[in-house]
Design a protein around this ligand. Structure first.
Ligand code: KG4
Ligand code: ZN
Length: 331
């Protein structure tokens, strides 16, 4: 198999990876602390930071892999979905690199790549399997028939699971992104507060009702005790995490029952959540599922997953047509 240089720049992480013979030789990610003080990703800052980071990130990825530009057989890049200004930086770099070195380009769908992050290292699931992809922008249940045949059977109708964590954290005055903070605090507390969690039918998710319930419950408690949040932060976080995880696992169970699939995989940044991982392990024991949860490095946005997807597309002969500017097809 070829040696692939992969570029990911869809949101606020600039990442580059080198994949050779299905092995990840390097996976280098430059994060962007600039967004913390705004409580969320500011697209303009994100694209400017990508511009600063892209060249050194690729240089480090190549050097850690022990490769030079001459060793690369193809360039894979994230086509979308994502922030347009952020995507443009990665796409432009990939196109420039491919043109300069006369290499084929491979367009990769960011969500498809999150699912295929499971093939970055062992243990790998076999096809078909069921994947719950939970990130800052998406919440999806995917039937993965083969690497490039993925069917979304459930999705959020409003906020993503990561957004539910981040917006709840904002209400509590926690720094952005709040998912890891809530996770840390939840470990010191108990889920003593019950929130309403209205859910849509079938396999779709909704987190906006839960978010409203968290807001109203906290407002009511603060009215009688202005220090309620400060005094009960671990229990509040444990209760929020418990509610989000319960919604995710309920729909995942339904999807497993409907599809009959017993290999269950987690993908996306929220799969780093300890409550979700523990809850899924317990459920898997009860149901007889085999669980696949990649290392955190491969759960959050990373170029290794773009490279692995690129390798599958290279094997299938799926290349971007050079005459059609990939940027024109950004989502
Ligand atoms: O996949 P990802 O890195 O980027 C997107 O494509 O969105 O996911 C980022 C999301 C953020 O919402 C962040 O709060 C959440 O993943 N996250 C967590 C944890 N670590 C990251 N949520 C809950 N618990 C965590 N430990
Ligand atoms: Zn992502």
């Amino acid at each position: 198999m070829p040696t692939i240089l992969a570029i990911e720049s869809s949101c606020d992480d600039t990442s580059a990876a080198v994949i050779a013979d299905w092995e990840v030789l390097s996976n280098v990610t430059a994060g962007q602390a600039v967004h913390e003080e705004f409580g969320g990703v500011v697209p303009e800052h994100a694209s400017r930071a990508h511009q600063l980071n892209i060249v050194p990130t690729v240089a480090v990825a190549l050097s850690r892999a022990g490769k030079s530009a001459d060793d690369i057989d193809a360039v894979a890049f994230t086509r979308g979905p994502g922030l347009i200004g952020s995507l443009m930086v990665g796409v432009s770099f990939a196109k420039g690199f491919a043109l300069a070195h006369n290499l084929p380009l491979i367009e990769v769908d960011h969500m498809q790549a999150h699912v295929l992050a499971h093939f970055a290292e062992d243990p790998k699931p076999t096809f078909p399997f069921l994947c719950l992809t939970v990130s800052g922008g998406h919440t999806q249940l995917v039937v993965v028939r083969s690497a490039l045949e993925q069917e979304i059977i459930g999705r959020t109708i409003d906020d993503a699971a990561g957004e539910a964590f981040d917006k709840s954290g904002k209400m509590l005055g926690l720094p952005y992104p709040s998912g890891p903070e809530i996770d840390k605090l939840a470990r010191q507390g108990k889920p003593t507060i019950k929130f309403a969690r209205p859910e849509p039918g079938e396999l779709n998710f909704s987190f906006s009702g839960l978010k409203t319930s968290i807001l109203y419950t906290l407002q009511k408690k603060v009215k009688t005790n202005p220090s309620f949040v400060k005094e009960n932060l671990p229990d509040i976080c444990a209760s929020i995490q418990h509610s989000i995880v319960a919604i995710l696992l309920r729909k995942l169970t339904l999807a497993a029952e409907q599809t009959g699939l017993t290999q269950v995989a987690l993908a996306g940044g929220v799969s780093a959540n300890s409550g979700l991982r523990e809850g899924l392990q317990a459920l898997a024991k009860e149901k007889g599922w085999t669980v696949f949860a990649p290392r955190i490095e491969y759960c959050t946005d990373n170029a290794a997953m773009i490279g692995v997807t690129g390798a599958f597309k290279y094997a299938a002969g799926e290349f971007a047509v050079p005459e059609v500017a990939p940027a024109a097809r950004l989502e």
